[in-house]
Design a protein around this ligand. Structure first.
Ligand SMILES: Nc1ncnc2c1ncn2[C@@H]1O[C@H](COP(=O)(O)OP(=O)(O)OP(=O)(O)O)[C@@H](O)[C@H]1O
Ligand SMILES: [Mg+2]
Length: 412
């Protein structure tokens, strides 16, 4: 294996920041972070690209910074995708095992999953992930790995994630314009889950919540498989906006106050804590009680967490989450958010920080890096059973599309 194949890069085009993580793999499970790059996200809203030029600029900046730190150049990146256009559903595939010895092979499994994937999709949507949940072999259910078993019929239960073709295209185009190829598109909560959850938690049942600036993503796991995924258009930017309005201060000041002084619950504030807050005009400063700041944050967080609770209930797995909830994404940095989550979810709640990497692991030890780190870990076999093939439909579509484009250019 040449060194080129040992380098992997993840690119998280978030609503507030674009981050790039470059790592080296030694062929085994060890993943060594070589470099990270962060740039303010200028062209995304609620998880979707709304301005290609600005997005390209942020991508170039983040990737260049990571490349400089790593001392390597990358040509291909795993890219995270999210946004309100993401939809997920469950489907089933059934195939007959017709070989003489009736032994189930990898090909049969692939055929079965392919069949489960054959759902009626509107023309403007494409499949991003097909995640096997479990198999049934003749009438025996809940089989994890049917390879080598003998049967006449194989059934697969899969979780399918789809996205709007145009949204995926705009993201791929922005990355391509930054002179990078997209190795694969990964649903952001699946990437984050890969970075912050332990295999035990996925086995016992856990809800991963990635609360970013513009979106809050959810992925529910049980018995090692993905059971439910969704992307909600709510996030930390709403808290910043509430603070800017409530404290009559510029957005930038509100963001700084949030990161420095905000607490998720008013009851956690010391009696006499006050913070200096500048007016919108920037001329006057006032002293504001920290408890008032916390009240504003708490009100919005309660609304978001209640929405998340409803989402988890609707997944049908709320009663199967023995490992509770793991909160990650930038908002997980809000002091007291796990306590508030625990009260509302009525489940154990912890903060998830990226795990399982070596090298510059300190530089990614923050929940804002959950997606970026997950993207460099995603296609390792240790990813558990939500591991898939190497290309997904979205990438295949774009590869074919660009191939066709170059044929056309050659002909005319
Ligand atoms: N120390 C902190 N305290 C409070 N909030 C924080 C802190 N650090 C980051 N945040 C908030 O986290 C949010 C950004 O999180 P993150 O970087 O995960 O989002 P993103 O990936 O850019 O956006 P999205 O995933 O929604 O597209 C912002 O709202 C920011 O204010
Ligand atoms: Mg994010």
């Amino acid at each position: 294996m040449t060194e080129r194949f040992n380098i992997v890069a993840g690119l998280d085009v978030g609503t507030t920041k674009v981050c790039c993580v470059i790592a080296k793999r030694d062929g085994g499970p060890a993943v060594e972070v070589l470099g990270t790059g962060l740039a303010p996200s200028l062209g995304s809203k609620r998880g979707m690209v709304v301005n290609i030029e600005s997005t390209v600029q942020s991508v170039v900046e983040a990737v260049r910074e990571a490349e400089q730190m790593a001392g390597v150049e990358v040509g291909e990146v795993n890219v995270g995708i999210a946004g309100g256009h993401i939809k997920s559903m469950n489907s089933k595939g059934i195939v007959a095992i017709s070989s003489a010895d009736r032994e189930i092979t990898q090909k049969d499994i692939e055929r079965c999953i392919e069949q489960a994937k054959a759902i009626a999709l509107p023309v403007d949507r494409e499949v991003l992930h097909v995640l096997p949940k479990e198999f049934a072999v003749d009438d025996q259910r809940a089989i994890r790995d049917p390879r080598g078993m003998v049967a006449t019929r194989l059934e697969a239960d899969v979780h399918i994630v789809t996205g709007a073709i145009t949204s995926a295209q705009n993201l791929v185009r922005s990355v391509n314009r930054a002179d990078l190829k997209v190795a694969r598109l990964v649903l952001e909560p699946l990437a984050s889950a890969r970075a912050v959850l332990t295999p035990d938690e996925m086995e016992l049942g856990v809800a991963l919540v990635d609360m970013g600036g513009g979106t809050t993503d959810v992925a529910v796991f049980h018995e090692g498989s993905v059971r439910h995924t969704s992307v909600l258009a709510v996030g930390g930017d709403q808290i910043t906006r509430d603070l800017a309005v409530g404290l009559r201060t510029p957005r930038l000041a509100a963001e700084q106050i949030k990161q420095k002084y905000a607490l998720a619950m008013a009851s956690l504030v010391d009696e006499d804590g006050v913070v200096e807050v500048v007016d919108v005009g920037g001329r006057r400063a006032r002293m504001i009680d920290r408890s008032y700041i916390a009240e504003i944050v708490q009100a919005r967080l309660e609304e978001i967490i209640t929405l998340l609770k409803r989402e988890i209930n609707e997944s049908g797995y709320a009663d199967h989450l023995a490992a509770g909830v793991v909160l990650t994404g930038g908002c997980a940095n809000l002091e007291g958010i796990a306590e508030l989550g625990e009260q509302i979810f009525n489940m154990p709640t912890r903060i998830g920080v990226p795990l399982g990497v070596t090298g510059l692991s300190d530089s990614v030890a923050d929940p804002i890096f959950a997606t970026g780190v997950g993207l460099i870990l995603y296609d390792l076999p240790e990813g558990g059973r939500f591991h898939e093939g190497s290309d997904n439909d979205a990438v295949i579509f774009h590869k074919i599309f660009s191939q066709m484009k170059s044929w056309m250019e050659n002909i005319f």
